[in-house]
Unconditional design. Structure first.
Length: 237
């Protein structure tokens, strides 16, 4: 078996640029869709995928979106600000979700692809090529390029990462009120120490991914029953 070649970190620019987009635009592919996900590693809530098609005729695009980065390295305030700018500039954009139940049923990678397909299906413009962070979408009959660290290299992918992250965070804020006690507003469904303690004390709610640890281990010790499930599904811890 041939070992996978290690990614050359020197290929990552100082900030996401338009190198990949410009090359594709030069081939006559005008509608380039950047795709990225958010929430793949969380233990609760959906996985989200954002898609952004940037305008190929905007020569000042790189400067106009100068604050756009991989969403993971941005503050929440910066993400909210630049999400608005991306939406104002883009030819088309959308966010798709796959629920925790879908994640448990088909697995996180297929669910991430499902969310991305749903986002692409919501676009109001055509797509000539997809630039996507790491994954591929084999179920779609569209040319695509999967990039390692794509959200740090491609401005389209980085823009999509911001939309996916801000949309999912907003949804987790709403879930914090519906499912009190799990700290969804602060942890966004990720496995923090406080989140683990809440699961120990309250048991999982219906937004937890039962196929993910430690939720899986909880249910192996305490199989669900109708009474406790009905309480948790109602929103009460």
């Amino acid at each position: 078996m041939t070992p996978r070649k290690k990614f050359d970190i020197s290929l990552v620019p100082e900030r996401p640029d338009l190198s990949f987009e410009i090359a594709l635009w030069g081939e006559g592919r005008q509608f380039i869709a950047g795709v990225d996900e958010a929430g793949r590693g969380a233990i609760a809530g959906p996985v989200a995928a954002g898609v952004v098609v940037l305008p190929f005729e905007n020569l000042d695009l790189y400067n106009q979106l100068h604050g756009v980065r991989d969403s993971k390295v941005m503050t929440a305030k910066a993400r909210d600000l630049w999400a608005l700018e991306v939406k104002a500039v883009a030819i088309g954009w959308a966010v798709g979700f796959a629920s925790c139940k879908e994640i448990d049923k088909i697995g996180i990678v297929p669910a991430t692809r499902l969310a991305a397909s749903r986002a692409l299906g919501e676009l109001s413009c055509p797509v000539d090529h997809i630039l996507i962070d790491y994954l591929t979408l084999p179920e779609l009959d569209l040319p695509q390029t999967a990039l390692v660290k794509g959200d740090a290299r491609s401005l389209s992918i980085a823009s999509a990462s911001i939309l996916a992250k801000t949309a999912r965070d907003a949804l987790m804020f709403e879930m914090d009120g519906e499912f009190p006690g799990y700290h969804f507003r602060s942890n966004k469904g990720y496995g923090t120490k406080a989140h683990f303690k809440a699961i120990d004390a309250l048991g999982p709610c219906r937004q937890h991914r039962r196929s993910f640890s430690p939720v899986r281990e909880y249910y192996s010790l305490f199989p669900p029953n109708k009474k406790t499930d009905l309480v948790r599904m109602s929103g009460a811890p």
